[in-house]
Design a protein around this ligand. Structure first.
Ligand code: IPE
Ligand code: IPE
Ligand code: MG
Ligand code: MG
Ligand code: MG
Length: 320
């Protein structure tokens, strides 16, 4: 796995996409050089390597997936008003919002450039998969924003939203790996399913860390979701479990215009009172197990799945 991560990192670092003007490309180099977990290209490569050993042939595709993900982050950080990503200032804070928009757009185009570097027989299928995934992400991101101003979002609605904004890309990365590795259609389907459930668990964990994480490790400011009135699983569950007085407290914080730190503390205290952290943890475990059930259906030997197993087990206990 170490070796695979290094291969991905090296390939990303040596891509030659930068030309004039610097104002457009410097933010692209900046965000790509800040690291990140590189989960999506890793999932793609691991799926591919279950069926083929011609690793070098698909490294551009792996890079395209990661560049696409980073494009979504540039725009997401504008939408979420986030100051810090991967322990460093976000692009719209280091430069400005116009830069985040345009350099983000540029990354979307670069992503297509690298994602389509496949033998032409695969091209229609690749385009279909990324079209489906990328459209889903935009829909999920819009739902995420719409939910900020609603107070009646249900858990199924939340699950649908995170499936779109987060899971479909993890699932598509796995599916792409299987397609380019010439796997059976059943395997493509089961790997996609594995990614969907794992992605739900992954986003719940992200939401949990947004409240309870260590900012130095997590690399993002804590409490960002609370400040945006995001309708996370934790918030929706708190609303459901709260008695009258705790409900009123949540309503009070929802319209709070004072010191942001106080709001973060106040909402977190309500979560603590209701045991939301534990509830979230249990839900993550359930989704994680569902993802493993789908992985078990993939017709590859257990030895062939060790990499994927290790990667996702690590993710479920991640602090970053
Ligand atoms: C952040 O993704 C966006 C979410 C879907 C939660 P990651 O947690 O994979 O971010 P990096 O790429 O490792 O920084
Ligand atoms: C992000 O969800 C999903 C996408 C970027 C598409 P979040 O908004 O929770 O991601 P972070 O926490 O900013 O990384
Ligand atoms: Mg967001
Ligand atoms: Mg965000
Ligand atoms: Mg988040």
């Amino acid at each position: 796995m170490e070796e695979l991560m290094q291969t991905i990192e090296k390939h990303l670092a040596q891509l030659d996409y930068s030309h004039d003007p610097d104002g457009l490309y410097e933010p692209v180099r900046y965000v790509l050089s800040l690291g990140g977990k590189r989960i999506r290209p890793a999932l793609f490569m691991m799926a591919y390597e279950m069926y083929s050993d011609k690793t070098a042939a698909v490294l551009d595709v792996a890079a395209g997936i990661e560049i696409f993900h980073n494009f979504t982050l540039l725009h997401d950080d504008v939408m979420d008003n986030a100051d810090i990503r991967r322990g460093m200032p976000t692009v719209h804070r280091k430069w400005n919002e116009n830069t985040a928009i345009l350099s983000g757009d540029c990354m979307l185009v670069l992503a297509y450039r690298y994602l389509t570097r496949v033998p032409s027989v695969y091209l229609p299928k690749v385009l279909e998969i990324i079209d489906r995934a990328f459209t889903g992400i935009m829909e999920g991101q819009q739902m995420d924003m719409d939910f900020e101003s609603r107070d009646d979002v249900t858990v199924p609605e939340y699950m649908r939203m995170i499936e779109l904004k987060t899971s479909v890309l993890l699932a598509a990365a796995l599916e792409l790996g299987a397609v380019l590795g010439d796997s059976s259609e059943d395997d493509q389907h089961n790997l996609y399913d594995f990614g969907l459930n794992m992605g739900l668990a992954f986003q719940l964990q992200d939401d949990l860390l947004d409240v309870y994480g260590n900012p130095d490790v997590f690399g993002k400011n804590i409490g960002g979701d609370i400040l945006c009135n995001k309708k996370t699983f934790m918030y929706i569950s708190a609303r459901r479990l709260a008695d009258r007085s705790l409900s009123e407290e949540l309503e009070h914080w929802a319209v709070w215009k004072g010191e942001p730190e106080q709001k973060i503390k106040g909402v977190t205290a309500v979560y603590d009172r209701l045991g939301i952290r534990e509830l979230c943890r249990q839900t993550i475990d359930g989704l994680f197990n569902a993802s493993l059930d789908a992985l078990a259906k993939v017709s590859v030997s257990d030895a062939g799945k060790v990499g994927l197993h290790r990667l996702v087990s690590g993710l479920m206990n991640r602090r970053m």
